[in-house]
Design a protein around this ligand. Structure first.
Ligand SMILES: [Zn+2]
Length: 331
C-alpha cells in the first residue's frame, strides 16, 4: 500500500513539474494563447491546453538537453520570410479545416496535429526518477546515490542501462499497436521527443543508435520497422547517427506475445547478428539500441549480446514503453 502511495505521489510530482514547464512553455509560445483560451472555454479545454503545453515543455526540455541536435536539424529552408510564414499558416488553417487535428489515441478533436487529448494523456504513466540505474524501472524511494533494483541485482542484464518513456499501460499498448500494426504514424514526432527526453542520459555521449531489426518477411508485410522510425527520430533530435543495417535479424522468430520469460529468451536466442563486413566499425562504440517496448528484456539482451561480442564498449537500451514489475525494491 505504501509503495502505491509513494508511486502516486511521484506521479503527482511529475505532473507538477510538467505544470511548471507548462507555464514556461506558455511564455514562449504565443501561438497557443492558452490563458485566453482557457478562460473562455472552461475546464475541458483547460485540460487539453495543459496537455499540449506539457508536450511543448517536453519539447523545450529536449531542446535544452540537446541544443546541438535542434540546431543541427535546422536548415535554411526553415528560416523563412514573414510573407512565406503567413502563407504557410493560411495553408495550415485550410488543411486543418479539411483534416481537423485529432487525438493520436482516441481520435477526439484536439488543438494541433500529433497530440493527445487530456483523457489519453492521463492514461500514460510516465516513468520518473528515482530509477534503478541498470533496468530503468522506478524505485519506491530515493536513497540519493545511484541505486539498483532487486531484479537488477538478482539477474544483471547483458546491456548496461535501459530507459523507457512510460509503463506499458493500456493506453501505451493501444498507441503502440496503432503505430505498429495499423500504420498510424502521426504520433511518431511526439514519441521521438519523449524518447529523446527519457534517454537523455544514455544519448549524451553515445556514438551510435541501432534499432532492433525486423526479419525481412515481417518487414515486407508490415512495410516499415517501427523501431527504425523511432531510432531515426531520436537520432535527429540527439545528433547521434543511427544505423539501421549493422544489426540483422537472421532468424524468423514467433511473436513474443503470450510467451513466458524463458520462452522469450529461447525464441530470440541466435536471432540477431552483426553484419560481418561491418563488425570492426562497432569496436569501442557506445551504442543505444532502440525498441518500441521492453517486456522481459529478452530481445534487448539478445541484441546487446551480439553488439558487445562485436566489440561495443557499452550497449544501452531505449524504449517507448516498459513492462514494470510491481515489486522492484531498492537494495
Ligand atoms: Zn484521446
Amino acid at each position: 500500500m505504501k509503495g502505491a502511495e509513494i508511486e502516486g505521489a511521484r506521479e503527482v510530482s511529475q505532473h507538477d513539474l510538467d505544470a511548471l514547464g507548462d507555464l514556461a512553455g506558455h511564455m514562449r509560445n504565443q501561438k497557443l494563447a492558452l490563458c485566453d483560451l482557457v478562460s473562455k472555454a472552461g475546464p475541458a479545454l483547460a485540460q487539453q491546453a495543459t496537455v499540449e503545453e506539457g508536450l511543448v515543455a517536453a519539447h523545450e526540455a529536449s531542446r535544452a538537453a540537446h541544443p546541438r541536435g535542434i540546431m543541427g536539424a535546422m536548415s535554411m529552408s526553415e528560416i523563412q520570410s514573414p510573407r512565406r510564414l503567413a502563407w504557410r499558416s493560411a495553408l495550415g488553417a485550410a488543411a486543418d479545416l479539411l483534416l481537423p487535428p485529432v487525438c493520436i489515441g482516441c481520435r477526439a478533436r484536439v488543438q494541433s496535429h500529433g497530440l493527445l487529448c487530456g483523457d489519453c494523456f492521463a492514461g500514460i504513466e510516465f516513468i520518473a526518477p528515482p530509477l534503478c540505474a541498470r533496468l530503468g524501472v522506478p524505485l519506491p524511494y530515493d536513497v540519493g546515490a545511484p541505486s539498483l533494483s532487486a531484479a537488477a541485482i538478482a539477474a544483471p542484464p547483458v546491456y548496461d542501462r535501459a530507459r523507457a518513456v512510460a509503463r506499458y499501460s493500456q493506453t501505451m499498448r493501444d498507441l503502440i499497436q496503432s503505430f505498429k500494426y495499423r500504420d498510424r504514424q502521426e504520433g511518431l514526432a511526439l514519441f521521438g521527443r519523449w524518447m529523446a527526453r527519457a534517454g537523455a542520459e544514455l544519448l549524451a555521449d553515445a556514438d551510435l543508435i541501432v534499432p532492433v531489426p525486423l526479419y525481412r518477411s515481417r518487414l515486407w508485410w508490415r512495410r516499415f520497422n517501427q523501431s527504425a522510425l523511432l531510432a531515426q527520430d531520436v537520432a535527429r533530435l540527439a545528433s547521434v547517427p543511427a544505423d539501421c543495417f549493422v544489426l540483422k535479424r537472421v532468424r524468423r522468430t514467433v511473436s513474443q506475445v503470450g510467451l513466458s520469460a524463458e520462452q522469450r529468451k529461447r525464441n530470440v536466442a541466435g536471432a540477431f547478428k552483426v553484419d560481418p563486413a561491418r563488425k570492426s566499425e562497432l569496436k569501442g562504440k557506445r551504442i543505444v539500441v532502440v525498441d518500441d517496448v521492453i517486456t522481459t528484456g529478452a530481445t534487448a539482451e539478445a541484441c546487446a549480446r551480439v553488439l558487445s561480442r562485436a566489440g561495443a564498449a557499452r550497449v544501452d537500451v531505449l524504449a517507448l514503453a516498459r513492462a514494470v514489475e510491481p515489486a522492484a525494491f531498492v537494495l
